[in-house]
Design a protein around this ligand. Structure first.
Ligand code: MN
Length: 206
């Protein structure tokens, strides 16, 4: 079974004005598609690996043969990261989390504003291409960043929220102003989806 590109769960213009429609179209239809295509190419003839869920493939990265491991890190990571990215954004997004996730963010980071500042710092501090994340690690929330398409699953962490800081995610509208993109990006976040991921991760189902 080959991996497939999931449909964008909303129209390309749904996140305007924070993320423009052309960026969304190119990002999903070309960039994400290329990760899926290249992952499938790397896994040709590897039936056991092809049948794994993408998250499990990344968690078990040491079981992937040396000669294709980096391709799976790059393209499998790219597939998993973007699939989650589309799901944790949505029209009418923004605001703040509610419920247990809100409580845990407040407690861990000393308030929601301080949490947002940490994510922004993680995104701005990532030299070149990568991601800033909220992850569940050892039962605790943590803000981290990764290089290129490295997935938190590679490090035994569960990504709950992630913001793509590759230039392809923001350059058409924001050019070199990554900080402005990171500020506007909060208006796209679907906190219900992030809260669900938190509950599932706590239950060991993610
Ligand atoms: Mn991307």
């Amino acid at each position: 079974m080959a991996f497939t590109l999931p449909a964008l769960p909303y129209p390309t213009n749904a996140l305007e004005p924070s993320i423009d429609a052309l960026t969304m179209e190119i990002h999903h239809d070309r960039h994400h598609k290329a990760y899926v295509d290249n992952l499938n190419k790397a896994l040709e003839g590897q039936a056991a690996l092809q049948s794994k869920a993408i998250e499990q493939l990344l968690r078990d990265i040491k079981q992937v043969p040396d000669n294709i491991r980096q391709a799976v890190i790059n393209n499998g990571g790219g597939h998993a990261n973007h699939t989650m990215f589309w799901e944790i954004m949505g029209p009418g997004g923004g605001g703040k989390p509610t419920g247990p996730l809100a409580d845990e963010i407040s407690k861990t980071f000393n308030g929601f504003a301080a949490f947002q500042a940490q994510v922004k710092q993680a995104g701005l501090g990532r030299f070149g291409s990568g991601w800033a994340w909220l992850v569940l690690a050892g039962g605790k929330l943590q803000v981290v960043s990764t290089l290129n398409q490295d997935s938190p699953y590679l490090n035994g962490q569960v990504p709950l929220l992630g913001v793509d800081v590759w230039e392809h995610a923001y350059y058409l509208k924001y050019q070199n102003k990554r900080g402005d993109y990171l500020d506007a990006w909060w208006n796209t976040v679907n906190w219900n989806a992030v809260g669900q991921r938190y509950s599932q991760a706590k239950a060991g189902n993610l």
